[in-house]
Design a protein around this ligand. Sequence first.
Ligand code: ADP
Ligand code: MG
Length: 253
Amino acid sequence: MGKIIAITGKGGTGKTAVTALLIRNLVKDSGKKYNILAIDADPDANLADALGVKVDKTIGDMREFMQQARYTTSPDTDKQALFESKLFEILMEEEGYDLLVMGKPEGSGCYCFVNNLLRGIMDKTVTNYDLVIIDTPAGLEHFSRKTVPDLDVLIVVTDESRRGLTTGERIRDLAKEIELKYKELYVIVNKVTLDRKNVILGVAKSLGLEVIATIPYDEKLAKFDLVGDPLMGLPEDSLAIQEIEQVAKGIGL
Ligand SMILES: Nc1ncnc2c1ncn2[C@@H]1O[C@H](COP(=O)(O)OP(=O)(O)O)[C@@H](O)[C@H]1O
Ligand SMILES: [Mg+2]
């Protein structure tokens, strides 16, 4: 059974950047060999961009297919098998990892369709991988035990403000509320501008939060992102790349 890691936090804190860099670290730099499934669970999907993957099909696109299948197939068609074969079609096999993009449901469909499928997909696929890494949308509201299986690691990405850090606290409470189970909760403080590492660690400690990495504001990363260059191509001397090693270590990879 694979280890399931979900990355959450407020919008714009750097969830997607951190997810992409962690995948990069595991695939390119760490020298370890994990069988990895990356899931972009944000409807405003951009993990694929950060990874430099062109997306043709998303889980959102499957909605229409599954609805039509109700009329175009005979009643004794195995819908589950049909679903799985379709799932295989939209699974993108990249160098060192596979990628699934949830996307938006087609037309005016609701996200619950995509979210409901996520659970089925996770249950189906999780046994095939050593690691499942999920880039989640801001807020955990759409995540519940119905959507994702129990997590091994929940990572909260925040900025260096106190308010950012208290997000970690709130997410802990929210997880309890929606009965999202996890074994460990870790915080990553991102876009740290000054050398405030010790102050940040002190504040986090007082809030009972475990910070596994403080990632500096990285001018190179910001530029790459701005012009749409995948973060997979960031040079080794990028500040964020250097710190991401701590993330991998912090979660025991
Ligand atoms: N360590 C960093 N240094 C500089 N810019 C960063 C860093 N991490 C993220 N960013 C920038 O912040 C913005 C939001 O990042 P993103 O990963 O898309 O956040 P989220 O997925 O949480 O919404 C992007 O423009 C990204 O380039
Ligand atoms: Mg994002």
